[in-house]
Design a protein around this ligand. Structure first.
Ligand SMILES: [Fe+2]
Length: 223
């Protein structure tokens, strides 16, 4: 069983289309949150993932857009984008976002969430030590997360594995290409992939929709 791991699409439809176009045949698509926030096309991204039968959990941006929760923790640009998305989305889309679970076990032995198992909406995991603490209470040995926008795997001393595919729509590792990963569920092996997409088209849409300039600029640098 091969699963496409996607996270932090952040309403970047052009990047999402490029990733879906790059996918080999997969048995499922798991999305580790922050499907909306920042980018120009929140409704179209939600519709496309729904059409592809993707399994989604909630990210902090999804929650903020859906309910306003956590908006006060965002910087000014992130807050402005979330408020825009909240006003653009239909009531049905906002309700669907609000109803997303904060974690799921989509396959035997695997948990998925946005930040970490101990703090699913907000914790950033950047190293194996933090991963070990964050997974200590988890009854399964493997978890897939997002949130940092940096692709990584962390193996803990007690044999657990945390996988972060990076960000489809707003990479922050200095490489502007869309990031995702392919997971072989049985073998627990991961292939990280990068896909070129037309960053300038996403930037054009963001400027046309009056999103903060800084959010568009950063896409060109993968920051
Ligand atoms: Fe994010």
């Amino acid at each position: 069983m091969t699963v496409a791991l996607l996270s932090d699409v952040h309403a970047n439809l052009v990047a999402l289309e490029a990733v879906l176009g790059d996918l080999p045949g997969v048995d499922a698509i798991w999305v580790m949150g922050d499907t909306v926030g920042y980018g120009p096309d929140p409704a179209d991204v939600l519709a496309l993932l729904r059409e592809r039968g993707a399994i989604l959990v909630a990210g902090n941006h999804d929650r903020a857009v859906a309910t306003g929760e956590g908006l006060d923790l965002f910087n000014a640009a992130a807050r402005m984008a979330a408020e825009r998305h909240r006003s653009w989305l239909s009531g049905a889309d906002r309700d669907a976002l609000a109803a997303l679970p904060i974690s799921l076990e989509p396959a035997e032995g695997y948990s998925i969430c946005h930040g970490s198992p101990r703090d699913p909406l907000w914790e950033y995991v950047f190293d194996a030590r933090t991963a070990a603490f964050a997974m200590a209470g988890l009854r399964v040995a493997r978890c897939c997360v997002g949130h940092t926008h940096v692709p990584a795997t962390f193996r803990t001393g007690d044999g657990k594995l945390m996988i972060n595919p990076g960000s489809v729509g707003q990479p922050r590792d200095g490489d502007p290409r869309a990031a995702y990963a392919l997971l072989d569920v049985v073998g627990a092996t991961v292939e990280f992939r990068r896909v070129e997409y037309q960053v300038s088209e996403t930037q054009r849409r963001m400027r046309g929709r009056k999103l903060p300039e800084m959010l568009a600029d950063r896409l060109a640098f993968g920051l």
